[in-house]
Design a protein around this ligand. Structure first.
Ligand SMILES: Cc1cc2nc3c(=O)[nH]c(=O)nc-3n(C[C@H](O)[C@H](O)[C@H](O)COP(=O)(O)OP(=O)(O)OC[C@H]3O[C@@H](n4cnc5c(N)ncnc54)[C@H](O)[C@@H]3O)c2cc1C
Length: 404
């Protein structure tokens, strides 16, 4: 039996961040990853300025990523292009294809001294309700802390109850890559006025995220609160969005078959004796924009830092810190998703959201994950007001939610 300080299940951004941080602090860390080195992940590859701040915190160079100056929002005939404002977070984001981003992160973990084991499935080892390590291919690794960083679904999460809350919002999204002469655009583009094949307005957006390497990540995502969600055909939606952008982006055929995956936005549990869940495994995706990389990085860092500080108490403290940092904002996002699940509210709301410059700036900050209820200024005030109003309206919103 091997013994380590931290055993990490999953080598995506969440697991790699925990490993980088833990190994740099001198801990004995092992990461188990089902895939191979440089595995791909179905994703939009978009990094907000907040995610860039998390990479800075990890001291990861993103010279290999394509720098992004801001966001272009399209709603019907209205287009608004705005730059990331800077201030609290860096004034730029990036698009970094996941094969390369995830490889850079896991390589940093290995360089810091973490052991990385590829091509194996690790499962938590439970003894009397406590996670004492992981089982990997007939071998047991004992660990003082197991970090569940296994992504959106899977057996490891199910064994620990780190699964989404049944009644809560989640997302589905699909993406592919295309070639385009505009591959080096410095703005990412989001089309907010999508409809499904029955003409129902979709709460979500279509995106063109230029990767700067000849290709653009093209995709669409939708929230589960929409009317008719169960019948939604993502393949048709991505085809229809692709035809919408074909002319303006002069796109090629799809470079690969579009692939879809889930975006969990809640979790029944994200810690317990001997373990914590980070990133998607903890249901940490922002319902306002579908972003999860930043949360995976931030929670990976947090889990390792708290273990370094106090290995005994860290799981409970972790849950508390995550609640303080993210729960309020994500709850507002989920309530908001119930509201925009109604097509007529969504259509009217979008007209307002991009209608004038000052309001479009607030929409940008929300879409860019640059604001939360503690942010000073107009955007923070709007979010605080939305939080309070949506909180009061929640019982009504749940009763009248659109039929999935
Ligand atoms: C279509 C789509 C578009 C998206 N676009 C964006 C975007 O533009 N920007 C953004 O910020 N977020 C985006 N997201 C969300 C983002 O992809 C996730 O939030 C992010 O990948 C979470 O990182 P993670 O480390 O928690 O999990 P993951 O990246 O999913 O990594 C989990 C890893 O665990 C491994 N694993 C699982 N089980 C085991 C096991 N038992 N043993 C060993 N290994 C295991 C898996 O192989 C995987 O490598 C998008 C999601 C989708 C589906």
């Amino acid at each position: 039996m091997r013994k380590v300080d931290i055993a990490v299940i999953g080598g995506g951004p969440g697991g790699a961040a925990a490993a980088v941080r833990g190994a740099r602090a001198g801990l004995d860390v092992v990461v188990f990853e089902k895939g191979v080195h440089g595995r791909d992940k179905v994703c939009g590859d978009g990094l907000t300025p907040r995610a860039i701040a998390a990479l800075d915190e990890l001291d990861i160079s993103y010279a290999d990523a394509h720098h992004i100056d801001g966001l272009r929002m399209i709603a019907g005939k209205v287009t608004r292009e705005l730059d990331w404002p800077g201030g609290l977070f860096p004034a730029h984001g990036a698009v970094w294809p996941r094969r390369r981003l995830d490889a850079a992160l896991i390589d940093a973990a290995a360089k810091a001294g973490a052991e990385i084991v590829y091509g194996v499935e690790a499962l938590p080892r439970l003894v009397d309700g406590r996670v004492t390590g992981v089982d990997v291919g007939g071998e047991t690794w004992q660990a003082d802390l197991v970090v569940l960083a296994a992504g959106a679904t899977g057996q490891a999460g199910r064994m620990l109850g780190a699964v989404r809350v049944e009644d809560e919002t989640f997302g589905l999204a699909i993406r592919t890559y295309v070639e385009s002469p505009r591959h080096a655009d410095r703005h990412i583009e989001a089309c907010l006025t999508l409809s499904d094949e029955r003409g129902t307005a979709v709460p979500g957006y279509g995106w063109m995220f230029p990767a700067g390497d000849g290709t653009v990540n093209l995709g669409v995502g939708a929230l589960s609160t929409m009317k008719g969600f169960k019948r939604l055909n993502l393949n048709r939606m991505v085809e229809s969005y692709a035809s919408l952008v074909r002319e303006s982006w002069e796109t090629s055929e799809f470079l690969q078959r579009p692939r879809a995956w889930r975006l969990p936005m809640s979790a029944q549990k994200r810690h317990g004796p001997g373990w914590v869940a980070v990133g998607d495994a903890a249901g940490l995706i922002n319902p306002m924009n579908g972003e999860g990389i930043d949360y995976a990085l931030e929670t990976g860092i947090l889990a390792a830092d708290l273990f370094v500080d106090d290995p005994v108490d860290c799981a409970g403290r972790y849950d508390h810190e995550v609640a303080n940092r993210f729960d309020g904002f994500l709850r507002t996002g989920r309530r908001f998703s119930l509201l925009i699940g109604h097509p007529w509210i969504l259509r009217g709301g979008l007209r307002i959201a991009v209608g004038t410059d000052p309001i479009a700036k607030i929409t940008l900050q929300v879409m860019g994950n640059l604001v939360d209820v503690d942010t000073p200024g107009a955007s923070g005030r709007v979010l605080r007001l939305a939080d309070r109003s949506l909180g009061l309206a929640e019982p009504l919103l749940r009763r009248t939610r659109a039929k999935p």
